[in-house]
Design a protein around this ligand. Structure first.
Ligand code: PLP
Length: 457
């Protein structure tokens, strides 16, 4: 692509560093400039339309512009556009939103802490794992376990929790108290003849072995996404969480469910914790909480944790943590309205209704020569690109098959999320059957183009 002087592309190259972007490639080719939207589609500055099959970053649950939320933001900005929630100050939207979240929590929860992003919600949860154990007289419980391939955010602590080596390299991370255990990707990682149940037992066994090796008296918390999103839509195998939760209980380890992607209907229940029967002590949520229209996250904590925090205030004084924009009235008002929209739409029933067609349509690609496995739940689905389907052999990494499919899809007007050699789908929750059919048509063209480039048939 030729980058014209003074174009938005040239100005972007000259002025912006983009997250998760190869800076060298970007300096040569410039950005894709998104200028508008309708429904599940976005438009670039040449007027070309793309179907967005992952709702931006798994977040734009109601599409990319929502008039009703714009009105609510405008009205709230006019009445009270900002006030903080430090030192016993509050505002009505933040109280209303906290009450609403507690009323729909998948397990009894006691209080809500607000932040601006999923990373910050997880950072807060990490700090509370430590604060709680100090409060109850177990200061040696300091280590935190998450899973390889997990994604919990980008701040220094949340990325330490994440199990993505590319996000640690040369950042001097992860920090020392963070440990990583196996991730439960049955299709790629089971041994020949191993059932899902046996695989789940092996994964839970690896967690217990790590806990015993480190000393259970040193482990403060375990974090997990119900479905691992950015790791490649990895759906937990049957009985995995049942086994994991029994181990956490045995060694008195706090369980934090990261519902940043799974929360608010994505898996066909209001929470991934309901779909997979999780009983977490804390739940982090963000993204669809505000339909992505405002940067806000919520961390719910149970009463055991809250009571320990309360004791700390008797000892230490104020709870010494917070963010300038915690409980921001505009963000809270928009999130509250988003939850009202979900209720009016009956979002869970909607997702359950459209999910079988979505999963069946994309599962048909398991017959494509490049595709080894397709698995989905609700409106979340992963597709594995495999070099040798029979032996579950991957493509050579330097073929960059996933990236090729992504680039070809873009040519056909489809924005895909590519994770190595996996494709991940999480469309806006408002998607209709005809748009799913259109995704399939464009994906088919992209896969065929890629197969032709690779000489596979
Ligand atoms: C499961 C999960 N947790 C946390 C985060 C981090 O959220 P944010 O980018 O809002 O900090 C993400 C972002 O994609 C996520 O997918």
């Amino acid at each position: 692509m030729n980058v014209l002087p003074n174009s938005i592309h040239a100005r972007d190259i000259a002025s912006v560093v983009h997250p998760q972007t190869n800076l060298a490639t970007h300096a040569e080719t410039g950005p894709l400039v998104i200028t508008g939207t309708s429904g599940t589609r976005v438009r670039d500055d040449n007027g070309k339309e793309y179907i967005e099959s992952v709702a931006g970053l798994w977040c734009a649950s109601l599409g990319f512009a929502v008039e009703r939320l714009a009105q609510v933001a405008y009205e709230q900005m006019r009445t009270l556009g900002y006030y903080h929630t430090y030192r016993q100050r509050t505002n009505e939207p933040s109280v209303d939103l906290a009450e609403r979240l507690l009323s729909i929590a998948p397990v009894p929860m006691s209080k809500v802490l607000f932040q601006c992003s999923g990373s910050e919600a997880n950072d807060t949860a990490i700090k509370l794992c430590w604060y709680y154990h100090n409060a109850i007289g177990k200061p040696e419980k300091r280590k935190i376990i998450a899973r390889r391939m997990a994604y919990h955010g980008s701040t220094a602590a949340a990325v330490s929790l994440s199990g993505k080596p590319d996000m640690h390299a040369d950042f001097n991370l992860p920090f020392e108290p963070f440990l990583h255990t196996e991730f439960p990707h049955y299709y790629r990682r089971h041994e020949d003849g191993e059932s899902e149940e046996e695989f789940a037992t092996r994964m839970a066994g690896a967690l217990e072995a790590l806990i015993l090796e480190e000393g259970p008296e040193t482990i403060a918390g375990f974090f997990a996404e119900p479905v691992m999103g950015a790791g490649g839509a990895i759906i937990p195998p049957r009985s995995y969480f049942e086994k994991v939760q029994a181990i956490l209980e045995k060694y008195e380890i706090l369980f934090v469910a990261d519902e940043v992607i799974c929360g608010f209907g994505r898996t066909g229940s209001m929470w991934g914790s309901e779909t997979f029967d999780l009983k977490p002590d804390m739940i982090s949520s963000a993204k669809a909480l505000s339909a992505a229209m405002q940067p806000i996250s919520a961390l719910m904590i149970n009463d055991k944790i809250y009571q320990a925090m309360l004791d700390q205030s008797h000892k230490l004084g104020p709870f010494a943590h917070g963010y300038t924009y915690a409980g921001h009235p505009v963000a809270c008002a928009v999130a509250l309205e988003t939850l009202k929209i979900y209720e009016e739409m009956d979002i869970v029933t909607r997702v359950r209704g459209i999910s079988p067609g979505f999963i069946d349509t994309l599962s048909a690609f398991a017959d494509h020569p490049l595709v080894g496995d397709v698995r989905g739940v609700g409106l979340l689905l992963g597709m594995e690109l495999m070099g040798d389907k029979a032996s579950r052999g991957p493509f050579a990494p330097d073929l960059k098959v996933g990236a090729r499919v992504g680039a070809n899809a873009e040519k056909h007007g489809l924005i895909l999320r590519v994770v190595g050699d996996r494709l991940v789908f999480a469309p806006p929750l408002i998607i209709e059957a005809d748009e799913i059919a259109e995704i399939a048509k464009r994906l088919s063209a992209a896969l065929d183009d890629t197969a032709a480039e690779l000489g596979v048939n």
